[in-house]
Write a protein that binds this ligand. Sequence first.
Ligand code: F6P
Length: 371
Amino acid sequence: MVKKVGVLTAGGDCPGLNAVIRGIVKTAEYAGVEVYGFLEGYKGLIENRYIKLDPRVTGGIISKGGTILGSNNKTNPFAIPVKNDKGEVDYEDKSFEIVERLKRDNYDCLIVIGGDGSLKSGRDFTRRGLNVIGVPKTIDNDVPHTDITFGFYTAVDVATEAIDRIKTTAESHGRVLLLEVMGRYAGWIALAAGIAGGADTILIPEIPYDLTKVAEKIRQRRALGKKHSIIVVAEGAKPVDGELMVKATVGDSPDAVRLGGAGDYVAREIEKLTGIEARNTTLGYLQRGGNTCAYDRILSTEYGSMAMKLAIEGKFNEMVTFTDGKITHVPLDEVAGKETKIGAASSNIKPVDLDGDWIETARRIGICLGD
Ligand code: F6P
């Protein structure tokens, strides 16, 4: 009988995290299971900082973005940097003592709500004998085995509204306006928002772009009397035979590469090629903040409730997924830590399906995809 469950949110935040926590807590309440939330992701787990979660604490959080538990994308409990006597950095594995403590404190299971890196740590904890259930989290919608991740449609809504807004100013000035959106090595947000916002060109990591094709599209539109153009650029988009645009690499962080600059680069080059004014707006964290859209609230509630259902039924070491319109689960081991090669990057992601409906529709209605 499962009596006590821990939960943490790790990695970058994402709209819907609070709704997942609420789904977990409300499902636990009916089964008489106690839930404790570790603060700031794995950092709080290592330092044993937590709060008790019950429906009084989670009341009213379904709509709010962010996470009431706080998050952290810099701590890997299996490799914590510590300076040795010589001032060099050594890596310490805290996982054994964490598992020992959780068992001593009568935790039956730990629910990890996180992205690829955090779920991989969750999987590694199962190898130390801890019961873990994973809930995938990302606005990028790039988790294998999962059709839609919560947070994605909120980000798409925000990006679509941004396109609506830049469109009216682009029209007024006859400019080429670009919008750089998040998504890391996958183009889901760019593709979905680009279609929804009526973009003329969408550049995604899965289709390396040729700028002469993009310039041609702009000229074609001008020939038809449409002076403005809207280009959505995924942050991970890169030119044919070119490289990813990296803004920074961040020390010891498990998320070492910070993408950025793709939109500015395309704007600069398009202006050179066409002689038409081209300017980029980078949407950034607006996509991740604020309120969670209705679809994501429903999906998050389902993800959270299913995670607790699995715990109650003792079905551990699984990751909750949304497949073919149903909330279900796959073994954590099948998903976490699997590498896929995406151009120069190596990551565990589900790329945009180039034979999928969205790409086909985009091509049929004349959207330029840079190829
Ligand atoms: O993975 C989610 C995401 O928002 C990406 O789309 C983006 O590249 C990245 O996180 C930004 O992360 P950080 O919080 O480290 O800046």
